[in-house]
Design a protein around this ligand. Structure first.
Ligand SMILES: [Zn+2]
Ligand SMILES: [Zn+2]
Length: 281
């Protein structure tokens, strides 16, 4: 299994050259299974960077999981060229958040005056799957996907991917505020991370430093120290930190990465365009 980072920036995209190394596009990932399965996670501006890795026209439908509906996780969808190819079908799967389903949100996103091409356009073939908080799991070929709701304004979702054939496992937890999580939310998160066995790789929101928290409590994000503490509680999976603060340039993120690695050697900060091998397959 591989994790490809289309974009790892949080909150809003940045284009300045001083942020080019870690990248300025907002959250979008591709999880690819050993047998060629492809699952996109979130549709930030980084989604366009994954276009060439999506199945070609006429092939199997593409699957897009949405963690939640904040702009930074959705604004890349209207600009994602494959959806205008009538030979391709995109299946969007998500929990509902605050009574909003993905279908309702995306229909509105493509509605005038916000966008020029409506979702009902004959060239767009998009369908929707409403996930249930309690499951059942989603099977994408030989990759099994499970999830839990996380603490975030309006709610978000952590997705776990398991590939039994290779033993690879990955938990993607962007947009989670660990400090604001209830005991029940923490238990549900940790149990997803431990069942059926300790997850091998954790990609987690680490937008903040400890010093940011007093002014940013309730904004929906974790600190890198919290992400490291979660990884330690999980018996040390490899850790990829995501949702980088848009205020931080490469130099500051590189300094943070060094600090993180001295606390937890199996951690890196996600870089746009990076392809990370998960397990052996
Ligand atoms: Zn976000
Ligand atoms: Zn969010």
């Amino acid at each position: 299994m591989h994790l490809v980072i289309g974009g790892a920036r949080g909150s809003w995209p940045v284009t300045r050259p001083s942020a080019a190394l870690y990248g300025g596009d907002t959250t979008s990932f591709l999880v690819s299974g050993a047998a060629g399965q492809r699952v996109l996670v979130d549709a930030g501006t980084g989604l366009a960077n994954l276009t060439d890795r999506c199945p070609p026209s006429g092939d199997a439908p593409m699957m897009l999981l949405l963690t939640h509906f904040h702009y930074d996780h959705l604004m890349g969808l209207p600009a994602f060229a494959p959806i205008y190819d009538a030979g391709r079908r995109l299946t969007v799967a998500s929990l509902e958040h605050g009574g909003w389903t993905a279908q309702r949100v995306i229909t509105d996103l493509f509605r005038q005056p916000f966008w020029s091409v409506p979702l009902a356009h004959e060239g767009i073939r998009m369908d929707f799957v409403d996930l249930d908080s309690a499951g059942p799991a989603l099977e994408v070929g030989a990759v099994r996907v499970r999830w839990t709701r996380t603490a975030h304004p309006g709610g978000s979702t952590a997705f776990r991917f398991d590939e039994p054939a290779t033993g690879a496992s990955l938990l993607v937890a962007t947009d989670i505020e660990w400090a604001a999580s209830t005991e029940a939310q923490r238990e549900a998160f940790l149990s997803l991370a431990r069942d059926p066995d300790p997850v091998r790789h954790l990609a987690m929101d680490a937008q903040y430093e400890d010093a940011d928290l007093p002014a940013r409590a309730g904004w929906g994000h974790s600190t890198w120290r919290e992400a490291v503490a979660v990884a330690e509680a999980l018996d040390g999976p490899r850790l990829t930190l995501v949702h980088h603060d848009p205020a931080l340039d490469d130099e500051m993120l590189a300094a943070r990465e060094q600090q993180v690695r001295s606390a937890f050697p199996y951690a890196t900060l996600a870089r746009q365009g990076e392809e990370i091998q998960i397990g052996e397959g």
